[in-house]
Design a protein around this ligand. Sequence first.
Ligand code: CP3
Length: 340
Amino acid sequence: MAKRVLRVLAGEAVWPPPVWLMRQAGRYLPEYRALRAEAGDFLKLCLNPGMAAEITLQPLRRFGMDAAILFSDLPIVSYGLGQALRYAEGAGPVLPPIRTAADLDALSISGVADKVAPVWETVRRVAADIGDATLIGFSGAPFTVACYMVEGHGSREFVAARGMAYTDPALFARLIDLIVDANLVYLRGQADAGAEVLMLFDSWAGMLPPDEFRTWVIEPTARIAAALQQSHPHVPLIGFPRLAGTMLGEYARGAGMQGVAIDTAMKPEAAADMVPPQIALQGNLDPLALVAGGAPMRRATTKILDALRGRPHIFNLGHGIVPQTAPEHVGALVEQIRAA
Ligand code: CP3
């Protein structure tokens, strides 16, 4: 019998749905904070296979989710291309911004495999230890990775990145192409190391108007999907075009994903209407409902379960777990879904 997450991604409506949570490994868990303190630096943690494998499995040991997501981070692929990456304490990734052709020329695909090799080793170790759960590998989708590479840090607006897409679309396209190629190396290595599913996070996709969304989100994602379909036809893909809104249907039909993750703002019934029925939906509980716990969390969870019942669905949040979440609430959520 195939694993539950894989059955759903093959188009089966499994009831109750399998469950895992974005950022299920992270600062809300004391056992994560302990290893994080031991490593000192977040990037070191991501590149330490022993520690990263342990962190990947921590939430499964506590709560028994149906899947573990590789513990790593989104700009690792930029790091692979040779862009310096560091983490400012309490903030996110910081990189020297790519603004000119010369900045872009300094990056190279040739170093990716060596640089990301520790992450592949993490995948290998988790795969050996994961049992009945499913191991999900991931990377950032090209547009969202480009946002960080051009801006140089997290932002609410990513004005430099979105601006480059208009003022120098040829340069922006070259950057996107490079990220597509780097992602193919990175994701194929994850699949070869034992990742059973691959997920592409496009956290900033929702900032783009429809034409730009097609050009910078759907098209490059579809190229990655087509190439992976050639080399790894048995590894299903989940895409997360966060805040795609009315573009969700086009994304689902055009990006080549077997599963589509939906954010908290998306009405699940609307997603079910827009997305072809054989494509799985994943989502979309508000992480703040998980912080609240109790009746508000139970009500919100029931609504999502009811709305997506009868179609392939993987229960998840609409965005990552926030650090102030009580671990017991995660346990209660998993129990509620199992008892549905
Ligand atoms: O459990 C998991 O989900 C697996 C690991 C994972 C992390 N980041 C660990 C992490 C995954 C899948 C990501 C994806 C990621 N990273 C995204 C896409 C999803 C999303 O949230 O939209 C993005 C945009 C990033 C970039 C990033 N990394 C930011 C903006 C930050 C700072 C915000 C924060 O939560 O601290 C990070 C750091 C980060 N990535 C942490 C973790 C556990 C916290 C680092 C720490 O321990 O100090």
